[in-house]
Design a protein around this ligand. Structure first.
Ligand code: AMP
Ligand code: ZN
Ligand code: FE
Ligand code: FE
Length: 280
C-alpha cells in the first residue's frame, strides 16, 4: 500500500481546532505516515510535534504557511523543512503575529461601528496561543450569536472587500520565498486553484519557487491536471494535502483523502540535499 503524506494542516498554533498531539493521533488513525504541520505564521508546534510523531510512528516535517501580497491578492506560500530555530525566521513570524493582533483589533472596531458588538477579548480567547486570523473572528461571531454560520460571517462582514475587511501585513512573494530559503526550507505555492492567474503563476515561479501544491480539496480534477503539467514543464516539485483545520463543514472528510505519495517527499529531500551540497 502507498505511503501517504499529507503536507498541509493547521493546529491550535494558528487557526486549527486540534492541538498538535490530537492532530497527529488523528492522522495516524486516518492512515497517514508522513505529515507537515503548516500553521499560519507559526512554527511553535516544533519540536514537540516531531516528538509526538515519533510516539505515533508518523514522520512530522516542520512547515509554515506564509501570506504574500500580489496585485491585491492574498497568496499563500508553504515552507517545508524550515529550521524552526532560525532566529531570523522566528523574529519575522513573531512580527507577523503581532500585526495579526493589530489587524484583528481593527476588524473588531469596524464590526462594532456597524452594530456588531463583538468583543476583542472574545476573539483573542478563541485564538489562545495561536496566530489570530479571520477564522477566529468568524467563530467568535457565531459563538456570541451575532451570525448564524461561519461562512455567513465571511460573506456578510469579514470576507475580502466586506464591510469589516482589513488587510493583514504581507510580504512580497519574493521576500516570502527568500525567508523560507534562508531558513533552509523549500517553498510551495499553496492551493493555486483558488486565485492564480497564469501571470501570477509565472511571476511566482520566477521568484524562485520550489514547487506547487497540486493536490488540495479546493482543486477540481482539471486544476490538478493543469498544475501537474506546470510542475513537469518547469522542473518543479509536487505537493499536496488536506489543509485540515478541524471543525469546519466537510473538514473531517478531507483528512486521509488528500495526500501525495512518499516518492514525492523523497524528491523534496533530494532537492534539499542538492541545495545544501551546492552551497558548500
Ligand atoms: P486570515 O489569514 O486571517 O486572512 O484568514 C484567512 C483564512 O480565512 C483562510 O485560510 C480561510 O481558512 C478562511 N477564509 C477566507 N475567506 C473565506 C471565506 N470566504 N469563507 C470561509 N473561510 C474563509
Ligand atoms: Zn488556516
Ligand atoms: Fe492557505
Ligand atoms: Fe492552510
Amino acid at each position: 500500500m502507498a505511503v501517504k503524506a499529507d503536507m498541509h494542516m493547521h493546529t491550535t498554533f494558528s487557526d486549527g481546532l486540534f492541538s498538535p498531539y490530537e492532530l497527529i493521533k488523528k492522522c495516524k488513525q486516518r492512515g497517514l505516515s508522513i505529515i507537515s504541520i503548516t500553521d499560519h505564521d507559526s512554527v511553535d508546534s516544533f519540536p514537540d510535534a516531531i516528538e509526538y510523531g515519533n510516539e505515533f510512528g508518523v514522520e512530522v516535517i516542520p512547515g509554515v504557511e506564509l501570506s504574500a501580497l500580489v496585485d491585491d491578492k492574498d497568496v499563500h506560500i508553504l515552507g517545508y523543512f524550515v529550521d524552526y530555530t532560525n532566529p531570523r525566521l522566528l523574529e519575522y513570524l513573531e512580527f507577523f503575529r503581532m500585526e495579526r493582533v493589530k489587524r484583528a483589533e481593527r476588524i473588531v472596531a469596524k464590526l462594532n461601528s456597524i452594530n456588531v458588538p463583538l468583543k476583542f477579548e472574545a476573539v483573542m480567547e478563541r485564538a489562545g496561543k495561536g496566530a489570530v486570523g479571520r477564522p477566529h473572528i468568524a467563530s467568535a461571531m457565531v459563538e456570541e450569536g451575532y451570525i448564524d454560520s461561519y461562512h455567513q460571517a465571511f460573506e456578510r462582514f469579514i470576507g475580502n472587500g466586506g464591510p469589516a475587511y482589513e488587510k493583514k501585513f504581507q510580504l512580497t512573494i519574493t521576500d516570502a520565498i527568500k525567508l523560507i530559503s534562508s531558513s533552509g526550507g523549500l517553498s510551495f505555492l499553496a492551493h493555486p486553484g483558488r486565485y492564480t492567474t497564469e501571470e501570477l503563476l509565472h511571476h511566482t515561479i520566477k521568484s524562485g519557487l520550489d514547487g506547487i501544491e497540486v493536490i488540495h480539496p479546493s482543486h477540481q480534477p482539471s486544476h490538478t491536471a493543469y498544475y501537474r503539467g506546470v510542475v513537469n514543464e518547469y522542473f518543479l516539485l509536487e505537493s499536496g494535502g488536506s489543509d485540515f483545520h478541524g471543525g469546519k463543514k466537510n473538514d473531517d472528510e478531507v483528512l486521509g483523502n488528500f495526500y501525495i505519495e512518499e516518492d514525492r517527499v523523497n524528491m523534496m529531500k533530494h532537492r534539499l540535499f542538492s541545495n545544501n551540497s551546492s552551497h558548500k
